[in-house]
Design a protein around this ligand. Sequence first.
Ligand SMILES: CC[C@H](C(=O)O)C(=O)SCCNC(=O)CCNC(=O)[C@H](O)C(C)(C)COP(=O)(O)OP(=O)(O)OC[C@H]1O[C@@H](n2cnc3c(N)ncnc32)[C@H](O)[C@@H]1OP(=O)(O)O
Ligand SMILES: [Co+2]
Length: 134
Amino acid sequence: MIGRLNHVAIAVPDLAAAAAQYRGTLGADVGAPRALPEHGVTIVFVTLPNTSIELMEPLGEASPLAGFLQKSPAGGMHHLCYEVADISAAAARLEAEGARVLGPVKTGAHGRPVLFLHPKDFTGTLIELEEATP
Ligand SMILES: CC[C@H](C(=O)O)C(=O)SCCNC(=O)CCNC(=O)[C@H](O)C(C)(C)COP(=O)(O)OP(=O)(O)OC[C@H]1O[C@@H](n2cnc3c(N)ncnc32)[C@H](O)[C@@H]1OP(=O)(O)O
Ligand SMILES: [Co+2]
C-alpha cells in the first residue's frame, strides 16, 4: 500500500532561522514559506534529490504543533509522509485493521488529499498519507 517517502517533517520554533540554516549551512534548495491556516502551520519545503523535508512552525492558537514544541522546544522530527495511490481505500483498510485515522481526509500542502494516523498505533511515529499517482 505505501509507496514513495514524500517528505519528512520537522517542527521548528523559528521557521525563518531553520530555513536559513538549511539554505546557508546545509546548502539546500529551500522554497518560499507558505501559510496553511487550515492546518495551523507555516511551512517551507526543502527539495532533496530523493525526497523533501517539510520545515513547519505553528500558525495560530490551535496549531497541532503547540503540544509537540512544548515537549521539544528546540524542535524535532514530527512526521513521515508516505504516498498511496488511493487515500480512501487506504483509510478504509487502516480503519478495518483498527488503526486510528485522525480526522477527515483534507487537502495537504501539495494540493492533494492527505490523512494522518495516530503515532501510538505506528511505533510512536506520526504518519501522514498523501494520495499521489504512482
Ligand atoms: C497537511 C498539511 C501539511 C502537509 O504535509 O500536507 C502537514 O503535514 S501539516 C502537519 C500538522 N498537522 C498534524 O500534525 C495533524 C495530525 N496531528 C494530530 O492530530 C495531533 O498532533 C496528534 C493527535 C498527533 C497529537 O496530538 P497532541 O499534540 O494534542 O498530543 P497528545 O498529547 O494528544 O499526544 C498523544 C501522544 O502522542 C504523542 N505525540 C504527539 N505528537 C507526536 C508526533 N508528532 N510524533 C510522535 N508522537 C507524538 C504524544 O507525545 C503523546 O504521547 P504520550 O506518551 O501519551 O505522552
Ligand atoms: Co506533512
